[in-house]
Write a protein that binds this ligand. Structure first.
Ligand code: HC3
Length: 494
């Protein structure tokens, strides 16, 4: 019996179908047609998921279970398409719950509003693009494979300097993922959106972002805190539109929100959606190399969102591309672990993974029990700090923009960007009357470094034990991130 999902009638929810359709399909990025099986999808992915639930259906991937799913490629691999549906939370159960809860509906309204504003910003951005300090050469981007690094054009001394890049060295970092992977990623520029700026003038519509950056507050203009010195001024790197700390924070918070893979409020509704005993058994019966490959794909997905976040931190794209790569190679895993705490349930020590909440036992077949325990303990510790989304956004930016990273070309330039982010985080903590958190956050950064070195130790062990998987079955971006330290490059001697 074919499973028919009764569409949730838009009439009896405060959100009209037409409104939801501003949000692209969470699976393939095509135009959505509503909420289907609990997730906003297009008609094609709705029908695909319905068919995939038939008892006689099972899919397998003929490649590395990390096929890209977008509008053009969605029919190429049913296995990976279904994995993406599940990872986004599609489930037959969603229908049994009937209408959305108030919280889900509120979250959806917020997301619809965000997309509407982003489309508005996009329009303004397109008009302002000619003057924007930073612009991608979209033509070049379309001409080259979507995975390759895009040449970036930015002006330092008035002239546009087109950086060529040795794409054969790091072709996957700094790439622009396809729309469906980071749908909604239409963040532009580094200024404050007119919407935020207009509401900042006393119209505290309760939107936390606006309240947070109400321009009536004494704006801590960096010039005031930081006597202007053309060499020293951290803002000399920034486009004219970003001239005070409130705008820097707003820019980082918005980018965090748009690249955070899951909204905290969305996951709240799912926090008791646990894996069944059979599902846990299925993960535990995977071989070590199978589970490593599975987690590598999930980790790479998460890193892709962090790369997009990094690229929109004001000042990051002003760094040399080698320094951007150096910061991402060492910082992106750390930010993934920070972000993981956003979807960690401290009541049962589970983390949102593959569409449900998983305890440490799900990762048993990685054969990295100490790493898992350390990662879960870290997540627990982060949750204990009860950081707000704004604080997590600024903390994530500070984790990334770190002058202590190895092999930086222009440390002083990185330091200027780091300083502005530090000022931003201090500003947010001062505003929240939580300045005492700063030293705890620096302690968390030290733990992150130890976690990532333990991860590299495990990866070296794995790549020696399973060289074929490590060299040819991990996602290219994963290898690019961890290759040098874990000798994952082809032909590396062990
Ligand atoms: C850290 C983790 C791998 C990554 C997993 C992520 C962060 C992946 C993105 C999901 O949206 C959320 C998520 C949940 C659990 C995270 C895993 C917990 C344990 C596991 C290992 C410790 C790291 C394994 C990394 C490896 C082996 C793939 O290199």
């Amino acid at each position: 019996m074919e499973y028919e999902e009764p569409d949730v009638p838009p009439a009896d929810t405060p959100i009209k179908r037409a409104q939801i359709e501003v949000i692209p399909c969470k699976i393939c990025g095509d135009k959505s047609s509503g909420v289907h099986y609990g997730v906003i999808t297009c008609e094609g992915c709705k029908g695909f998921f319905r068919r995939s639930q038939l008892p006689t259906v099972s899919y397998s991937c003929s490649r590395q279970s990390n096929c890209q799913i977008d509008r053009a490629s969605r029919n190429r691999c049913q296995h990976c398409r279904l994995q993406k549906c599940l990872a986004q939370g599609m489930s037959r159960d969603a229908v049994k719950f009937g209408r959305m809860s108030k919280r889900q509906r509120d979250s959806l309204i917020a997301e619809v509003e965000r997309h509407r504003q982003q489309q508005q910003q996009q329009q303004q951005q397109l008009q302002g693009d000619a003057q924007s300090v930073l612009s991608y050469s979209t033509k070049a981007r379309q001409d080259r494979s979507p995975q390759l690094l895009q040449p970036m054009a930015y002006s330092f001394t008035g002239e546009t300097e087109l950086l060529t890049y040795t794409a054969d060295v790091h072709p996957y970092l700094l790439c622009s993922p396809n729309e469906s992977q980071v749908s909604g990623m239409i963040y532009r520029g580094s200024g404050v959106s007119p919407t935020l700026r207009s509401q900042g003038r006393g119209d505290n519509s309760g939107h936390p972002d606006v309240r947070g950056f109400d321009s009536r507050q004494p704006s801590h203009d960096l010039m005031a805190i930081h006597p202007y010195n053309p060499l020293e001024d951290p803002y000399s790197l920034y486009p004219h539109s970003l001239r005070n700390i409130d705008e820097l924070c707003a820019s980082i918070v918005r980018s965090h929100r748009e690249t955070s893979q899951y909204r905290v409020e969305e996951l709240q509704a799912l926090r008791w959606k646990l894996f069944s005993r059979e599902e846990i058994q299925a993960y535990q019966s995977k071989s070590v190399d199978e589970m490593w490959q599975h987690c590598a794909v999930r980790l790479t997905d998460a890193v892709q969102y962090v790369v997009e976040f990094a690229k929109h931190i004001p000042g990051f794209r002003m760094l040399s591309q080698n320094d951007q790569i150096a910061l991402l190679k060492t910082g992106s895993m750390e930010v993934v672990l920070v972000r993981m705490s956003r979807f960690f349930n401290t009541e049962n020590n589970t983390v949102f993974f593959d569409g449900k909440f998983a305890g440490g036992e799900v990762f048993k077949s990685l054969a990295c029990g100490d790493l898992i325990t350390a990662v879960f303990d870290f997540a627990h510790g982060m949750c204990a700090l009860k950081l707000t989304e704004h604080q997590i956004a600024l903390f994530s930016a500070l984790v990334l923009i770190n002058t202590d990273r190895p092999s930086l070309e222009d440390r002083s330039r990185v330091q200027r960007v780091q300083r502005s982010v530090e000022l931003g985080l201090t500003h947010i903590l001062r505003r929240d009357n939580q300045e005492s958190l700063m030293h705890k956050l620096y302690q968390r950064m030290a733990v992150l470094r130890s976690l990532c070195s333990l991860h590299m130790e495990k990866l070296r062990w794995f790549s020696q034990r399973y060289p074929l998987t490590a060299h040819s079955l991990f996602p290219p971006l994963y290898k690019e991130l961890f290759a040098s330290e874990a000798e994952l490059l082809p032909g590396t001697t062990h």
